[in-house]
Design a protein around this ligand. Structure first.
Ligand SMILES: *Cc1c(COP(=O)(O)O)cnc(C)c1O
Length: 348
């Protein structure tokens, strides 16, 4: 990857952009003594009367310690979805550039491609839900700016093979995004530790899954300083609100509580997997490296509506490639999982 030149990937209008600058960027450390009359805020204190820190220094510094990554390699977003959108807008010229995705996978990559008028070249995973590396590199050209790898993958629940990922990151000429929304449930190591080796790598994570904070909307992006600074130029200045920053700080300061919950979810995943294997209408339970389980049933549409009638909402993935008659179950609490199994046992 020595020949990777970020300048040839960034859109011209973004390169030439003069970003919005707020006075708060420059005087963040001195709030106590200084008088702030720059932002037309209401001076009466209520905890949220001031604009939030646009660079979220405290949250980034905690993440930096937890993950062993410098704060300069971190960008935060209003969910991973905002980060993914920033990546499109930074690197993909509408109606000209393309991306590569590997279905069946997370639907947002394709939706964001449509919103940004970017063609989405789909290269299906193989029968083991692994990337077809030769085919992917074969369709890549100067216009394919982004390659999305989701590992562990949603909805298939498996991790992508590390050797294949390394091959793709080493040989793809654009930017490779590894979406690690489910990494905390996985046995695999995060690719964050390989950012030093790959200037074209972006790793995204989120507080929505293992950290139990889907409601606050906080996504995390790890990449080279150069990539982070491009994304920083185009992000809305106050994209992560004050309440989100406070809640995230609170949660990130209790890593033991988080890992205890993860352990409980993993125990439940094992229990759920063995119970699902005993259900008559279930033909296959795919191994999971995430907090959900994909199963193949006899008739997905039928089983889906039967479960809805019993008040249980799951995800029907039958229209996805390689997922014919597949349902996806999130691993819930012990009580919820028992309800699911009990309901499935009554189906004939
Ligand atoms: C749930 C999920 C996310 C999380 O998105 P947020 O916007 O951070 O909540 C990202 N990627 C994948 C593959 C997911 O399944």
């Amino acid at each position: 990857m020595e020949d990777f030149n970020l300048n040839t990937i960034v859109r011209t209008n973004i390169k030439n952009l003069k970003p919005y600058s707020s006075a708060r960027d420059e005087y963040k450390e001195a709030t106590g003594e200084m008088v702030f009359l720059d932002a037309n805020e209401n001076p009466f204190q209520n905890g949220v009367n001031r604009y939030p820190d646009p660079q979220q220094h405290k949250v980034k510094s905690q993440l930096s310690t937890l993950k062993g990554v410098s704060t300069e390699n971190i960008l935060l977003g209003n969910g991973s979805d905002e980060i993914l959108d920033l990546i499109f807008r930074a690197f993909c010229e509408p109606s000209q550039d393309k991306i590569i995705t590997l279905p069946p996978t997370y639907g947002m990559y394709g939706v964001l491609a449509s919103i940004n008028a970017i063609e989405n070249i789909e290269v299906e995973l193989d029968q083991d839900f692994q990337p077809n590396t030769t085919e992917i590199l074969g369709v890549a050209n100067a216009q394919t700016k982004l390659l999305f790898l989701c590992s562990p993958n949603n909805p298939t629940a498996n991790s992508l093979d590390a050797i294949r990922i390394e091959n793709l990151v080493s040989n793809f000429k654009g930017i490779v995004i590894i979406d690690e929304a489910y990494i905390d449930f996985s046995k695999e190591e995060s690719w964050i530790s390989r950012l030093i080796d790959f200037p074209n790598l972006i790793v995204t994570q989120t507080l929505s899954k293992a950290y139990g904070m889907a409601g606050i909307r906080l996504g995390v992006c790890y990449a080279s300083k150069a990539i982070i600074s491009v994304l920083n130029r185009i992000k809305p200045p106050y994209n992560v609100n004050e309440l989100t920053q406070l809640k995230a700080l609170e949660r990130l300061s209790k890593p033991t509580a988080v890992s205890e919950e993860i352990q409980k979810i993993l125990q439940q995943r094992d229990w759920l997997t063995s119970e699902l294997n005993e259900i008559t209408c279930i033909k296959n339970v795919y191994p999971s490296d995430a907090n959900f389980v994909l199963v193949k049933v006899d008739d997905a549409n039928k089983r889906y509506s039967e479960l809805i009638q019993k008040g249980i909402v799951i995800r029907n993935r039958t229209t996805q490639p390689l997922c014919e008659n597949c349902l996806r179950f999130t691993v819930g609490s012990q009580i919820e999982n028992i309800k699911l199994i009990t309901a499935l046992k009554t189906l004939s």
